[in-house]
Design a protein around this ligand. Structure first.
Ligand code: GEM
Ligand code: ZN
Length: 376
């Protein structure tokens, strides 16, 4: 058996592979940071039908160590079709086993969104969705951070921003963006037409390419959590955020959505700006309208479960959602998708996955279309 992780978003260390029934593994922390939770590795040389067991021995010390209960790892024989493998969190380790039907299998924390697919997605956006490359930032390690603009009416007044995967292990976020970009390729979409009559879209499909490539959970190559850098972005520590902030200040923002994944909560939910200094009744009404419209259209979404609401004035304004909502006095949300499943419509075979993330992206465009006239 050969175990490898020296590829895009790979992350695993092999501690002891002498017993194929219980291969001992460990997740590697983010560079210059103590966070870890993401894993992604390939196992080759398997005998189909035989049982193999794997143990992530340091799961109990991970960033969200309470998140493993009720979590099942994902696996794939072709790195394209992913399925859940029953997993158990016991004595600080996450254990799962497989009787493979092929000689090789990949395991991951969530269906990975590769850099190769990212490059393809940018091409799709430019060649098929009518997007233009509005600006390109650079990560610390020199990877491109594309800011796409979709502008179909020169008179459109609203600016709608969607950014994804500030947290590099939250791969569902770029799947969501793929859904957005796929819908933008439709030619007979009245909602989309209405939206783009009034608004330009600004899309950043991947905010943290270094972290994603390195198999990080939460930080960039400097060990900086980008979603804590929005009051102190710097070229040295967080050029990824600095780039987007500069573009936002040049363009303006009327609606901001920051796309994330949550390790613990088995539901799709939003987090808003209720704790911001200056949070207004107007913003509150817009937040309520967004949530009720997303519910009403039957999206995989709910409002019963989520983060505790911030007390008035107590928001952490280093977060993108809060910083942008405050600076631009606009509707601003963090959208959270689960690593586990959306229990309101659970699918034990796949759990929450890329396809469902894509659909949510499409559904959110419908809400934006319905609300675009009332954003200001
Ligand atoms: C969070 S972001 C959400 C918290 N937002 C509000 N408004 N309370 C983070 O950055 O830690 C979760 C995530 O990473 O997905
Ligand atoms: Zn996140």
């Amino acid at each position: 058996m050969k175990i490898s992780s020296n590829f895009d978003s790979g992350n695993i260390e092999v501690l002891d592979a002498s017993n194929p029934q219980q291969v001992l593994l460990a997740m590697r922390p983010d560079l210059n940071s103590h966070h870890f939770q993401w894993f992604h590795f390939k196992v080759e040389g398997l005998t189909p039908g035989q049982r193999y067991g794997f143990s992530l021995t340091n799961a109990g010390q991970s960033a969200y160590r309470h998140a493993w209960a009720g979590y099942n790892a994902v696996a794939s024989y072709d790195h394209s079709n992913w399925f859940r493998v029953p997993s158990r969190f016991e004595e600080g380790a996450l254990n799962f086993a497989i009787e493979p039907s092929a000689a090789q299998v990949w395991f991951a924390y969530f269906q990975p969104y590769s850099r190769a697919r990212h490059d393809w997605l940018i091409e799709q956006a430019l060649n098929k969705a009518g997007a233009e490359l509005f600006a390109t930032g650079k990560s610390l390690e020199g990877r491109a951070i594309q800011l796409l603009r979709v502008s179909r009416n020169p008179q459109a007044r609203r600016k709608i921003w969607l950014i994804a995967q500030q947290h590099p292990g939250e791969h569902m976020a770029e799947w969501f963006m793929e859904g957005v970009i796929e819908r933008l390729q439709k030619t007979d979409d009245a909602e989309l037409d209405a939206l783009l009559q009034q608004a330009d879209l600004y899309l950043v499909p991947n905010m943290n390419p270094d972290g994603a490539f390195r198999g990080h959970l939460r930080t960039n190559a400097a060990g900086q959590d980008l979603n804590r850098a929005w009051q102190s972005a710097s070229q040295a520590q967080s050029p990824e955020v600095l780039f987007v902030q500069q573009q936002m200040r040049a363009v303006g923002v009327d609606l901001f959505l920051d796309i994330h994944g949550d390790e613990e909560i088995p539901h799709v939910f939003t987090a808003g700006c209720e704790g911001n200094p200056g949070y207004s009744a107007r913003q509150e009404k817009l937040e309520e309208e967004f949530r009720s419209r997303l519910l009403a259209l039957g999206a995989e979404f709910q409002t019963a479960f989520g983060y505790p609401r911030d007390e008035p004035g107590q928001a952490n304004t280093t977060l993108a959602c809060n910083a942008v909502g405050m600076e631009f006095d606009c509707l601003s949300f963090t959208i959270e998708m689960p690593f586990k499943d959306h229990d309101d419509s659970a699918n034990p075979i796949t759990g929450w996955d890329g396809k469902r993330s894509m659909q949510l992206g499409k559904d959110v465009l419908s809400v934006a279309a319905a609300m675009v006239g009332g954003l200001r």
